[in-house]
Design a protein around this ligand. Structure first.
Ligand SMILES: Nc1ncnc2c1ncn2[C@@H]1O[C@H](COP(=O)(O)OP(=O)(O)OP(=O)(O)O)[C@@H](O)[C@H]1O
Ligand SMILES: Nc1nc2c(ncn2[C@@H]2O[C@H](COP(=O)(O)O)[C@@H](O)[C@H]2O)c(=O)[nH]1
Length: 188
């Protein structure tokens, strides 16, 4: 892996984006840097402010958006999520390849930005398996699971747009999917 573009990871909630990203970061220590997003959702048990997300109040995030501090932001599952310019810059400053885990709306904005990124979509093997993973993770209340499943179809529709994603990877077997992710990153 020589000089690499930032990697934008998309896919429905619960498909395994975070799992794949964590594996990539663990396998290549110091090579990749995670873009720590801002979100107005509440932290889950075990999530650390400034590590998994910057957890912020809605009014503060809206003020920062108005001040032009975000590369992209979107309303996702009834919360606001966004990538600050500072988050991407912090990774670049360390000489690392920036990895963004964002939804499709955010990816559309990044695509139009000056960030020349590799766009990867992670697909579930089936909706039943996606639901099983979301439930199995044990982080969401029923209402949130339903919202995330309802939004999944819209996210997956974007894979039909010719040329938007450089790679679409079905995360059925984790080892195989991870191998495909590395190949896609290497092939850019
Ligand atoms: N290939 C796989 N086979 C079975 N389970 C998997 C696989 N990949 C991930 N999982 C499991 O699915 C659950 C969801 O994974 P993960 O949290 O990485 O999803 P995500 O796409 O990052 O979700 P979100 O967008 O909500 O953050 C986790 O419990 C994870 O261990
Ligand atoms: N447009 C953006 N989407 C983001 C960002 N950070 C995360 N996300 C997406 O939100 C959903 C839900 O995440 P969760 O942590 O609540 O499960 C997920 O699919 C992410 O891809 C962001 O900065 N911008």
């Amino acid at each position: 892996m020589s000089k690499l573009r930032p990697v934008v990871m998309c896919g429905p909630s619960g498909v395994g984006k975070g799992t794949l990203i964590n594996r990539l970061m663990a396998d290549f220590p110091g090579r990749f840097g995670f873009s720590v997003s801002h979100t107005t959702r509440a932290p889950r048990p075990g999530e650390e402010d400034g590590v998994h997300y910057n957890f912020v109040q809605k009014a503060a995030m809206e003020a920062d958006i108005a001040a032009g501090k975000f590369l992209e932001y979107a309303h996702v599952h009834e919360n606001i999520y966004g990538t600050s310019l500072a988050a991407v810059e912090a990774v670049a400053q360390k000489g690392q390849v920036c990895v963004l885990d964002i939804d499709v709306q955010g990816a559309e904005i990044v695509k139009k930005s000056s960030l020349d990124a590799l766009f990867v979509f992670i697909s579930p093997p089936s909706m039943e398996e996606l639901e099983a993973r979301l439930r199995g993770r044990g982080t969401e209340k029923e209402e949130s699971i339903q919202k995330r499943l309802a939004n999944a179809a819209g996210e997956m529709a974007k894979t039909k747009v010719e040329g938007f994603f450089h790679a679409v990877i079905v995360n059925d077997d984790l080892d195989r999917a991870y191998g495909e992710l590395k190949t896609a990153i290497d092939a850019q």
